[in-house]
Design a protein around this ligand. Sequence first.
Ligand SMILES: [Zn+2]
Length: 404
Amino acid sequence: MARSAAVRPDQVRRHNLGLLLARIHQAGPLSRAELTTQLDLNRSTIGAFVSELCALGLLREEVPSSGSHAGRPSHMVGPRPDGPYAVAVDLEVDRLVIAAVGIGGAVLARRELRIRAPGRPDAVAGQIARAMPALAAKLPGCAWPIGVGVSVPGTVGRGNGEAAMVRFAPHLGWQDAPLGRLLGNQLAHAVPISLGNDADLAVIAEHLRGAAKDCDDVIYLAGKVGIGAGIMVDGHPLSGHGGLAGEVGHTPLDPNGPVCCCGSRGCVETFIGGSALLALAGHADQPAELPNVLRRARRGEPIATAAVTAVGTSLGRVLASLVNLLNPQRVILGGCLADVLELAGPQVSAALSQHAMPAAREMVELALPGLRADSSLLGAADLVFAPLLADPVGTVSRRIAAVS
Ligand SMILES: [Zn+2]
């Protein structure tokens, strides 16, 4: 009979250090007493772990300046603002947001850059690399980047660093684009690089500290030019055999429908994506017009309102399929679908109720993103933080070895 390997005390200690750091990353500053309760470890162990994580330059303890409670104020353990940060990139079709994100998910600095069409992978990699020094200049001098995470509007293969590959991003016109290698070639200093699908990253971030932090069966439906879905089942991201699951946008809805950018016809995103909304409002192939169409719908202008209403009804049907298939507790609607929910909520709800199985329909709530437009960006930061949270001592040791 095979035996599992024994776990050394040092491994247990390093694992528990990661748990404490992950708790602060998710919840923000906590007192030692709260950490003792939440991690179910004794006070002296928590004290030793906090001291070690402070010595590693990851956390700090401080007495809150406000608070009128009598007695000795509790020291709060929180992230160091001049500690490590993730370079997070949210790549869209015509723009990218690049941000420095600290432990705890605080956006410390950010820039938004336009992408001139067609955004070739090497040109986009160059824009990201050139933006990083300007981002670092806004941070304290001793802050250090632990890696770059890029949220991509397309499917992403498994693999990090040089092997990080965008498999298929039809709205960018990219197929098998080696973005990890291209970015690595242009960085002034080597740091780990990881890529993720935008909706997959969004659902992870929303589950960690957004609109789904209290729920383990959740779908994030991202409405951009196209449609993507990040799916979490029983608290675990649904990735599929090759990491490509969740392409709800390319599920066939009508074989006689409009031609889709994927080469098929009548896919879901040709009915509910930003491009579909624009076409219905008379602005086909003008993505820059999307905010104006939504603004006109908010003012009640008839053409824009009719377009949003039609998308709302189709969205309700799509949600019914997802609800019947996956029985989620919550569906978060991001991007322009958040606007559709706000503007055409009754139509969305009516079509969902008409087509979903009653029991599953009763269980599901529709929600707006708790992290607003930053779900994918913060999910990209979480990709970068994952190795640090898994092993803070090892990650910091490797960084010290690399710079010395
Ligand atoms: Zn398609």
